[in-house]
Design a protein around this ligand. Structure first.
Ligand code: AOF
Ligand code: ZN
Length: 375
């Protein structure tokens, strides 16, 4: 792009300021959905004069919040923003114009906005107004704030994260299906954070019938300043409409959607949840169609798949998974127990290799994070 400045021209101070803007953006990690997490730091004469981050959709963007704190000090200052300032009238007026009006001398962005209604136009407005405009500082770290928003804007699909809990011998449940509890408290509270980051949680009817999960965010530490907890949309894949009225997943705050086929569309009339009709094959609901629907109609950025070995295997086999998060407990469940994922492989050349991106100790358990190599 026209605006990229060679990394070597950024000073150590520039790096520190953008790192602080990224820390500010993280304050909105559980609340901005479906908008991106964005932070902004305004600096004048080596002094921070404004800090801001986006809290929730419909409210001020990071830049506007930082400008409010900076007031007149913004004139001649530098703004560090983790995303290109917007150029459009969305729920709020364009931030690029607000930065121009406030008299900023320089704007450094970590990345261009992948939103087609911005896509470089915000940087263009700043440059045309004579503001020194740079983009690309700590871009990798900034992209990591919004894997779902970026993927949805770039591809029309959500970022899919599959979460599984297993024993040291790679088992997820006994042969009866009994699985509570393999992992400890620290791992389970980490799952609360994964849920809170997600726009939607997908599960299968088998898991619902077996474990009766609520699939809610309950950790009070994840509430906003008003004590409110945003609940991700709960999606139950239920081609044969077996979801019982008494299922816990229905009786929670937030929305639950039962996904059925056309043939079953009326079978569960009377259930107190939404129903969505999707095409299906012998293997069940068509997963790509469902994911496209969630991105386009429900603006889902990050989707969490919390389910058993069969549906998790189906997502992997269909190459729909971006990230796999595995919690490994120090226990042995034996060879009769169920495997991590069901994959119908027989030869070594069919193996599904992953890329390990993070390892973390959580109480007695270990969290392993993987990306799939072809995406
Ligand atoms: C945010 N927060 O701090 C920035 C955003 O509908 P609106 O007005 O909330 O606009 C949302 C779009 O604005 C979003 O998709 C992104 O392209 C751009 N920048 N959005 O929510 C922010 N800077
Ligand atoms: Zn904006």
């Amino acid at each position: 792009s026209d605006f990229v400045t060679g990394g070597s021209s950024w000073s150590a101070n520039d790096y520190q300021c953008m790192a602080e803007a990224i820390r500010l953006a993280r304050c909105g990690v559980y609340s901005t959905d479906p908008n991106p997490r964005v932070g902004c730091l305004i600096v004048k004469n080596n002094t921070v004069v404004g800090r801001g981050y986006h809290i929730r959709a419909g409210e001020g963007h990071a830049e506007v919040n930082a400008l409010r704190e900076a007031g007149d000090e913004a004139r001649g200052a530098t703004a560090y923003v983790t995303l290109e300032p917007c150029s459009h009238f969305g729920r709020t007026p364009p931030c690029a114009q607000a930065l121009i009006d406030a008299g900023l001398a320089r704007v450094v962005s970590a990345m261009q906005d992948p939103n087609p209604s911005v896509a470089g136009r915000g940087l263009g407005m700043l440059k045309a107004a004579g503001i020194s405009t740079e983009v690309g500082l700590l871009e990798t770290q900034s992209r990591a704030l919004n894997p779902g928003f970026i993927k949805r804007m770039e591809t029309g699909k959500p970022f899919v994260r599959v979460k599984l809990a297993m024993s040291l011998d790679g088992r997820t449940a006994m042969s009866s299906g009994e699985s509570q509890w393999i992992t400890g408290a620290a791992a389970r509270s980490d799952v609360q954070r994964l849920r809170a980051c997600s726009s939607a949680i997908i599960t299968g009817i088998e898991s619902v019938l077996l474990d009766d999960p609520a699939l809610t965010v309950r950790d009070v530490n994840l509430a906003d300043e008003n004590g409110f907890i945003r609940q991700p949309l709960r999606v139950v894949l239920d081609s044969h409409a077996r979801l019982p009225r008494s299922a816990s997943i229905i009786q929670q705050s937030g929305r639950t959607v039962q996904v059925v086929t056309q043939e079953e569309a009326t079978a569960s009339a009377g259930l107190e949840c939404e129903q969505l009709v999707m095409p299906a094959s012998a293997q069940g609901i068509d997963l790509p169609t469902l994911l496209n629907y969630l991105a386009k109609q429900e603006q889902c950025n990050e989707v969490l798949v919390e389910t058993g070995a069969r549906l998790a295997g189906a997502f992997i086999q269909a190459q729909l998974v971006d990230e796999l998060v595995v919690y490994m407990a120090p226990t042995l469940l034996g060879s009769q127990a169920r495997p991590l994922v069901d994959l119908p492989l027989s030869e070594m050349r069919e193996q599904q290799r992953l890329i390990l991106t993070d390892v973390r100790h959580l109480g007695e358990d270990v969290r392993l994070t993987y990306h799939f190599n072809d995406r």
